[in-house]
Structures are given as C-alpha cells and as structure tokens.
Design a binder for this molecule. Structure first.
Ligand code: HEM
Length: 180
C-alpha cells in the first residue's frame, strides 16, 4: 500500500491513542520502514501494522478499520488532494460513480497503484447500493468507514450497512447507503 496510506494509519494511531502506545507498537515491528508518501510498499507491512496495533491496544479490528476509512476522507479532502472532491462530483452518487476515474487519474501520478473499483446504483430514491471490488482482502470495514466519511463530506445524512461480504463464490462486498 502507498506510503501516504501507511502514514495515515500511523498518524491516526498516534493521535487517537498517544505517542507512547505507538512506540510500544513499533517495538514489535522491527522491519517497519520510513514511509515516503508517493511510494508503494508491500501490503504485508500495512496489515502487520494493523494486526500489531489491534493486539497491543486490545481494540476491535473492524472498529479500527472503520475509523481509518472515515479519517481518510477528512485527511484527503482537507489537504492538497481536496481538489479531487471538487472535480469528481457534486453529489455523493455522482462522486461514487466517478471513483474509478479518480483513482485512474491518481494512477497517472502514482505508478504501481493497485486501485479499488466501485459500482453504484440507486435501489430506490433514498437508498444507494455500492459494490466494492479489489485485489485486496480484509478492507471491508475500511470501506464502510470511507462511505461514512463521504456521507459527512457531502452532507448526506445516512446509515451505512454491509449487505454482502466477499467469499470464494462472490468476489465483492456490497453496502447500502440509506438516507435518514
Ligand atoms: C483524493 C482522494 C483520494 C486519494 C488521494 C486516494 C488515494 C489512494 C491510494 C494512494 C491508495 C493505495 C493504493 C495502493 O497502494 O495500491 C488508495 C486505495 C484505496 N482507495 Fe483511494 N484515494 C482517494 C479517495 C478515495 C475514496 C473517496 C474512496 C472510497 C470511498 C477510496 C477508496 C479506496 C480503497 C477502498 C482503497 C484500497 C485499495 C484496494 O481496495 O485494493 N479512495 N487510494
């Protein structure tokens, strides 16, 4: 996963649980590199940071992933990447439909990007169904957090639920965004 994602994970843990806790976590990951924002690193490192953090902090992995996803939207929208939120849609539905184009545009700058893919449709006027496909396993709750973050970003009050998780037979996760 790109350095910017790993740095977001580390920063979230440091600010949420404190520097001392983070020092305890990295003590158990001697091979951790210094992450450059725009460089790709093996996914194993990302998942090891998450695993060791969950063990050391004794927290729920799904909750951590959801917090990281929600925070990623704020982090990117409030920083230099914020322009992408203006360019790729002025409603949550349009934006979700443009996510593949957004990551494709990022891929032009970030070589080796392995982007996710999304398909969205309206189930009814107040419900959006989002299908998430990826080369990676284990990010179901990260995406739930991302979708919650997008609802906040687009001032779209809604419940986000996981409808379907991937399995050997079905190669995608599905979510419902239900307007409140
Ligand atoms: C401008 C804003 C964004 C930037 C700069 C960005 C950038 C990135 C980067 C660098 C990665 C790592 C890919 C890799 O290491 O190969 C990534 C992955 C990912 N992004 Fe984005 N992203 C943005 C917005 C979003 C949004 C709004 C969503 C969804 C709601 C999203 C969903 C994901 C997911 C699920 C992954 C994990 C990759 C996978 O599933 O295989 N991203 N993104």
């Amino acid at each position: 996963m790109f350095g910017m994602v790993n740095r977001h994970i580390i920063q979230t843990i440091q600010t949420t649980y404190g520097e001392q806790k983070w020092i305890g976590i990295i003590a158990s990951i001697p091979e951790i590199p210094h992450f450059s924002q725009l460089q790709q690193y093996p996914d194993e490192i990302t998942f090891l940071i998450i695993k060791k953090s969950v063990e050391t902090l004794d927290i729920d992995i799904d909750l951590l992933l959801e917090t990281l996803g929600r925070g990623w939207i704020k982090e990117t929208a409030d920083g230099p990447w914020g322009i992408y939120y203006e360019l790729y849609g002025d409603t949550i539905f349009t934006f979700l439909n443009n996510l593949d184009s957004l990551h494709a545009a990022l891929g032009a700058q970030l070589t080796d990007l392995s982007p996710p893919s999304f398909l969205c449709k309206h189930v009814n006027a107040d419900t959006i169904c989002v299908r998430y496909m990826s080369n990676r396993d284990g990010l179901t709750y990260f995406v739930k957090g991302l979708l919650k973050g997008l609802c906040e970003k687009f001032s779209y009050p809604a419940h986000v639920t996981i409808e379907q998780t991937r399995s050997d037979l079905i190669k995608y996760d599905e979510y419902l965004i239900e307007k409140i």
